[in-house]
Design a protein around this ligand. Structure first.
Ligand code: HEM
Ligand code: HEM
Length: 189
């Protein structure tokens, strides 16, 4: 089943969920490792280019996912779930969607406003243009530092929300014993 129904996720939503989740978790680990490397080293430059390229792939997939989400129905949460848990689940999903956008866009803005002016070359194939960015009092470096701290803090917020989200999924499986985790694993459950 390709599309979602009132009780199950379809294959497209499931494939997008797990592809994006894997890429984001890898990017969070890689990003945190990458910033510990010596700044002006050719290997660091290669790693940054790889980080940016995968980040653009994530942005494209997230855009597709949001399009798919708004043109599909979302399966209902189990009826026996308390109202506060349903609200928490919706707020958690909203935070995940917001962070999926904030992460790559803040990354793009931070390189676009960087005084270093380094290009972003998509997997060594072609250059992705910089975004137009505002200049606070004519200071490019301040704008870049601002987006850099948004990117960094959003990463920590993301890690916290992912841990809570995965914890909730396991709580459904082991404690509530409903099919919430299984239905994100297979469209047949
Ligand atoms: C899913 C998307 C992304 C994730 C999860 C992610 C994650 C991270 C993380 C965890 C760091 C280390 C933060 C720190 O400790 O300061 C980082 C740094 C960085 N990221 Fe990303 N990133 C993403 C997308 C992008 C994109 C699209 C770009 C640029 C086009 C980008 C450019 C950078 C740069 C230049 C740094 C170095 C730190 C800095 O200058 O502030 N990132 N990223
Ligand atoms: C970067 C990592 C992740 C992101 C960004 C993410 C994002 C999301 C979002 C936005 C939804 C709501 C789907 C929708 O209706 O549109 C969702 C659902 C779900 N996620 Fe994740 N997720 C991540 C990782 C995980 C992990 C590691 C697990 C399990 C261990 C998991 C289990 C689930 C389950 C079971 C659902 C279905 C909830 C329901 O039926 O309403 N996710 N995820």
């Amino acid at each position: 089943m390709i599309r979602n129904t009132r009780s199950a996720y379809g294959t497209i939503a499931i494939a997008l969920h797990w592809t994006i989740a894997t890429l984001i978790i890898a990017m969070l680990c890689f990003g945190l490792y990458m910033v510990t490397l010596p700044t002006f080293d050719p290997q660091t430059f290669t790693y940054y280019q790889l980080h940016k390229s995968v980040g653009f792939v994530v942005l494209g997939l997230v855009a597709l996912r949001i399009l798919w989400k708004i043109t599909s129905i979302t399966p209902n949460l189990p009826e026996q779930m308390p109202a506060w848990e349903k609200i928490a689940a919706h707020l958690g999903h909203l935070a995940l969607y917001a962070l999926m956008l904030v992460m790559p866009i803040s990354g793009w803005l931070l390189v676009s406003s960087s005084p270093l002016g380094l290009p972003s070359v998509f997997f060594n194939l072609f250059e992705i243009p910089h975004l137009p960015t505002p200049e606070f009092f004519g200071q490019k470096a301040d704008v870049s530092a601002f987006f850099s701290s948004v990117h960094g803090w959003a990463a920590y917020a993301f890690i916290a929300v992912i841990i809570a989200h995965a914890g909730a999924a396991f709580k459904h499986y082991f404690i509530s014993k409903d099919n919430v985790l299984q239905r994100m694993l297979s469209s047949k459950s």
